[in-house]
Design a protein around this ligand. Structure first.
Ligand code: IPM
Ligand code: MN
Length: 331
């Protein structure tokens, strides 16, 4: 985040048509250590009035289990109806892919972000005993499935007009068969978009085997989570992968965060790749109506990746700060 704010400021200065005012919150581990909770009770009310939420990676599993640290993030996505999680993954000249094929990859994973497998719905019977039972039930609503598919169709139209829906409807015959039925019902409204379907197991295989053939890939909360790690793994490094948690109706502030986690093994060393955060900032500006500024950030990222300093995950030796400064300078 420290390496990203100067980039946002640089692009705002250059544009001259908007300014950015920030308020920072130390929620996560620092807040937990001071107050015994990851975020204040009223954190949603606090965030409600902002134009956007810009979130750094959260979690320090060695000090607090992730399912506690990350609860406010999942609550935020659900309470603010940030149902469209948009996570692009593309190749850049200068980032080596671990795959042998060299065709350019340009995929956007759209993840249903408000329900599905992430609904807080379950319980334990006889916890801690040998008879312990854990129940956790996913919830898929027709409304929820329909709106994320409509969003994905519309996004596909702005790109290469291909939409692939990921389910596991050969085994989970209620939830994912609902997805199949909704896709079938909507497809005639978008005759110009070519649709197909894959089960999650085959999707992981095909994304590795022929990633260049995918355009927009849509799936439930859990499948979208999995695929949005796999996409950047195929293109080279998750260190550059951005994410947007969007409320398309704009009734709530949307939230922008990198796809990667907090990388506690390198935390504080100043060597993390800032590009995932910086590119998430570009998505935020785009959402706020500053498409040119967003484009300028992505162009600067491209330039620095092609011939500037690189962090270790990309085979370089540069620090987080150096990469951020190079991108700000390129702007
Ligand atoms: C992500 C993360 C989170 C998720 C975790 C940290 C709860 O993996 O944003 O992809 O699963 O949504
Ligand atoms: Mn994830």
């Amino acid at each position: 985040m420290d390496a990203t704010v100067p980039v946002l400021d640089a692009v705002a200065r250059k544009a001259g048509t908007f300014g950015l005012a920030y308020e920072s919150f130390d929620w996560g581990m620092p807040h937990y250590e001071k107050h015994g909770c990851v975020a204040p009770e009223d954190f949603l009310e606090t965030l409600r009035g902002f134009d956007a939420i810009f979130l750094g990676a959260v979690g320090w599993p060695g000090r607090l289990p992730d399912h506690i640290t990350l609860t406010p993030l999942i609550r935020l996505r659900q309470a603010f109806d940030l149902y469209a999680c948009v996570r692009p993954a593309r190749t850049f000249p200068g980032v080596p892919s671990p795959l042998r094929r060299t065709d350019p990859i340009d995929v956007v994973v759209v993840r249903e972000n408000s329900e599905g497998e992430y609904i807080d719905n379950g319980g334990l019977v006889s916890p801690g005993t040998p008879n312990e039972v854990a129940v956790q039930t996913a919830v898929h609503t027709r409304r929820g499935v329909e709106r994320i598919l409509r969003f994905s169709f519309a996004l596909a139209r702005t790109r290469r007009s291909r939409l692939t829906m990921i389910t596991k409807s050969n085994a989970q015959r209620y939830a994912y068969v609902l997805w199949d039925r909704v896709l079938e019902a909507l497809a005639p409204e978008f005759p110009d978009v070519q649709t197909d379907k894959l089960h999650i197991d085959a999707a992981t295989l095909e994304l590795v085997r022929r990633p260049h053939t995918f355009d927009v890939v849509v799936g439930s909360n859990l499948f979208g989570d999995i695929l949005s790690d796999l996409g950047p793994a195929c293109t080279g490094t998750i260190g550059i992968a951005p994410g947007a948690n969007i409320n398309p109706e704009r009734e709530f502030p949307s939230c922008f965060e990198p796809v990667h986690g907090s990388a506690p093994d390198i935390a504080g060393k100043g060597i993390a790749n800032p590009i995932g955060q910086i590119w998430s900032g570009a998505m935020m500006l785009d959402h706020l109506g500053h498409a040119d500024a967003a484009g300028a950030i992505v162009a600067a990222i491209e330039k620095v990746i092609a011939g500037g300093p690189k962090t270790r995950d990309m085979g370089g030796t540069a620090s987080t700060k150096e990469v951020g400064e190079a991108i700000a300078a390129a702007i």
